[in-house]
Design a binder for this molecule. Structure first.
Ligand SMILES: Nc1ncnc2c1ncn2[C@@H]1O[C@H](COP(=O)(O)OP(=O)(O)O)[C@@H](O)[C@H]1O
Ligand SMILES: [Mg+2]
Length: 431
């Protein structure tokens, strides 16, 4: 998954260009008609009673959240224990996602949207593949009789086949909202938050299985931030012609800390890189736009400032830019998976037209997904916008591996809900 996390934009772009070529390359209407016919033929997969009963059996069980401390220790377990844990947890979490599709969206609605059909069918296919990895496909969690076998090919296959799940789901849900007036964006965002949080958990466990060291016990926030900042500056220069300055400083409240604790702590570097990358890209885009509009030359003054601080229990990262802030009309939408900066498209063409989208952004999932990754390990992200001036992002992460426990959807609901935007002062709002 970490490769997946690091390359999530590349994946998104790949999925988007796949969609584009699927929809746009066929200029003649007959080709479009035959594609539509083919899409309808590839409808929602029917699930037989036996399989549905097994899905239900796993769905009623609760996921067992793991702490980073446990993940760090996991490789000491026997192959049999590792296999059993992954298979059981994957099936429980995956069954919950399949049930969410069935109960909250409904198979008939899914069938109307090709992207959702594909996402749902993939979920069922991967559930079956993992079920069979236990050696028998009519067993339950207590009856997997082939526990010593290497499940790597099955797990790798699931990871590969579901790489484009995020754009698939977001595109599908936004198409569904436009078709089905009764479905609110609040409902869709809650659905995606829960489904994707559940999926992050499955992917972390699969990545841990594949590489056995996805947690870095000495993850150095300052070093990761430096690497990401360099990449974002280059990307911004390539795409906008402007290379923003990014100043990084780190502080610690711990006495006699040799490096002023450059905030090294046990964490999953891929998740940290993703969050920093999305926040820095947003700041870089805003700064570049501001610079172009104002023909300003004082680009050092416009530098993006990153401050990393730590004490014994937590790490906080502040990213502040002077990119003009988030306009009020955008404000309420930034945490929505359905909001995008690109132009809306009519329903019968692709929703993933990339007119305004690039590696720097434009798909609208950077902030909600970053917040979900922070939430996943008990952290949070807040944004404060000072309209006309700039934006401040605050990332908070617990620091002790035993305190960094996976958040699974049931427990996440309350913390996700208590974080809407609210007005603080006349010209300032917290998102
Ligand atoms: N630092 C920032 N300055 C100004 N606007 C921002 C900033 N961060 C986010 N935004 C606004 O929030 C929107 C959503 O951001 P995001 O979820 O990362 O999606 P995307 O960047 O793909 O549009 C952006 O399109 C932008 O309008
Ligand atoms: Mg973005």
């Amino acid at each position: 998954m970490l490769r997946g996390l690091g390359c999530i934009n590349v994946m998104r772009r790949a999925a988007v260009s796949l969609e584009r070529s699927r929809f746009l390359s066929s200029s003649s209407s007959s080709r479009i008609r035959s594609r539509r016919r083919r899409r309808r033929e590839e409808g929602v997969r029917e699930i037989d009673e036996d399989l549905q009963a097994i899905i239900h059996e796993y769905d009623i069980q609760l996921a067992r959240p793991r702490s980073l401390a446990e993940l760090l220790e996991a490789s000491k377990n026997s192959r049999e224990e590792i296999n059993h844990f992954l298979r059981h947890e994957y099936l429980v979490r995956s069954a919950e996602r399949i049930s969410m599709f069935q109960e909250r969206i409904g198979v008939e609605r899914i069938d109307q949207v090709p992207e959702l059909t594909r996402a749902y069918n993939l979920h069922v296919h991967c559930f079956e593949a993992m079920l069979e990895a236990g050696g028998s496909n009519n067993n339950n969690n207590n009856n997997n009789n082939n526990n010593n076998s290497d499940m790597t090919p099955v797990v790798q296959n699931i990871v590969d086949q579901t790489r484009s799940m995020v754009p698939l789901l977001c595109t599908g849900m936004s198409r569904l909202v436009r078709r089905d007036g009764a479905m609110s964006s609040l409902f869709v965002n809650q659905f995606l938050n829960e489904l994707l949080l559940n999926r992050i958990g499955s992917n972390v466990l699969m990545s841990q299985y594949l590489s056995s060291n996805i947690v870095d016990p000495q993850c150095n926030v300052t070093a990761i931030c430096g690497t990401v900042a360099r990449q974002v500056r280059e990307l911004c220069a390539q795409e906008t012609g402007y290379k923003p300055h990014i100043r990084i400083e780190s502080h610690s409240s711990i006495e006699n800390d040799p490096n002023q604790v450059t905030a090294s702590f046990a964490f999953i570097p891929g998740i940290l890189s993703y969050i920093l990358q999305e926040l820095l890209k947003n700041s870089a885009v805003a700064t570049a736009k501001q610079q172009q509009q104002q023909y300003a030359r004082d680009d050092i003054q416009k530098a993006i400032a990153v401050v990393i601080c730590a004490d014994e229990r937590r790490v906080m990262i502040h990213i502040g830019d002077k990119g003009g802030g988030i306009p009020f009309e955008v404000g309420q939408h930034i945490w929505s998976y359905l909001y995008t900066t690109k132009k809306p498209q009519p329903d019968d063409t692709t929703t993933t037209d990339t007119n305004n989208a690039s590696n720097l952004g434009g798909y609208g999932v950077g902030l909600p997904l970053s917040r979900l990754y922070a939430n996943y390990l008990g952290g949070s992200i807040k944004l404060v916008s000072l309209p006309g001036y700039g934006t401040h992002a605050y990332v908070y992460l617990p620091r002790l591996p035993q305190h960094l426990v996976e958040v699974v959807p049931e427990r996440a609901n309350s913390s996700l809900e208590e974080d809407p935007y609210w007005v603080v002062k006349k010209n300032e709002f917290i998102l």
